[in-house]
Design a protein around this ligand. Structure first.
Ligand code: FMN
Length: 260
């Protein structure tokens, strides 16, 4: 197996870190690789905020659905989908005047632009994950950064066309974390199709989730009041308070972005 495959196949999310800083030259290399990520139209529609202030890390540990390990991560990067920089540039280049002269309305960032900027930010984030992994540095995404938009907007001074899409925590692995097994994945046949999307039948869904059901329930009749894995995940994740909050928060961002 080549070294890249080795890094890709061995990665797992790391939520407990050695109390050890990431060396500046290593961090610089991770950043350099991050900024080499593919980007739509070579526009780099993202920004990265390195969170060094412990007070801000402590706040994030609370606002991101109470995940204390965020406060203990030696390196925390916030990935922002960013159309503000480009739109400011357009305005600085006089596009408003140019549109007026042509009798055209000024186009502002819309839904498609937001999605494209999210793609850019996430692809850059994943490049950072893999670069870090290649130095033996573990990482974990925090999707809950999409919650509590009003608080995060204030905390990071975010303008209108900047959307906090992912937070990444990095650090060297503790012994216990390096020995921990990887999480399972679904079998390929349920995820990869040829030419057309195929909706799975109930028996296929049952087969797909059989391993998870067995792993979590292991002979028990109820887990957290649920009789199967689907019900458990529905209550624990899909309809949990954090999911409801994430949707509320994203609606606020969308309203702001789309001026509705
Ligand atoms: C978009 C996204 C958001 C995530 N958010 C969180 C999070 O808020 N907290 C956390 O502990 N892990 C989070 N994770 C990590 C996942 O839980 C993890 O990737 C998954 O359980 C599979 O485990 P593995 O990465 O070790 O293979 C997130 C991962 C992704 C891709």
């Amino acid at each position: 197996m080549n070294q890249v495959m080795d890094v890709l196949l061995k990665r797992k999310s790391i939520r407990a870190y050695e109390d050890r800083e990431i060396e500046p030259e290593v961090k610089a290399q991770i950043l350099h690789a991050t900024l080499r990520a593919p980007t739509a139209g070579n526009q780099m529609l993202y920004s990265i905020v390195e969170v060094t202030d412990q007070t801000i890390k402590n706040t994030l540990a609370k606002t991101c659905d109470n995940q204390p390990f965020i406060a203990r991560a030696p390196l925390v990067w916030l990935f922002l989908a960013d159309y503000q920089r480009w739109f400011d540039y357009f305005l600085a280049c006089g596009v408003e005047q140019a549109c007026a002269e042509k009798g055209l309305p000024l186009r502002k960032p819309e839904e498609g632009d937001l999605f494209l900027a999210c793609c850019d930010a996430l692809i850059a984030a994943q490049q950072a994950v893999i670069a870090a992994e290649s130095f033996g540095i573990g990482s974990c995404y925090i999707g809950d950064i999409m919650e509590q938009y009003e608080t995060h907007r204030e905390l990071f001074n975010l303008p209108k066309y900047v959307f906090p899409i992912a937070l990444l925590c990095f650090g060297y692995l503790t012994q216990q974390q390096s020995e921990r097994p990887q999480s399972p994945r679904f079998a390929e046949q349920f995820v990869v199709f040829e030419n057309q999307y195929r909706r799975l039948s109930n028996p296929e869904l049952e087969e797909m989730f059989r391993e998870r059901q067995k792993l979590v329930f292991s002979g028990r009749e109820y887990v957290e009041g649920s009789v199967n894995f689907g019900q458990l995940m529905y209550w624990r994740k899909f309809s949990a308070d954090f999911s409801v909050e994430m949707s509320r928060s994203v609606r606020v961002i969308l309203k702001e972005w789309l001026n509705t």
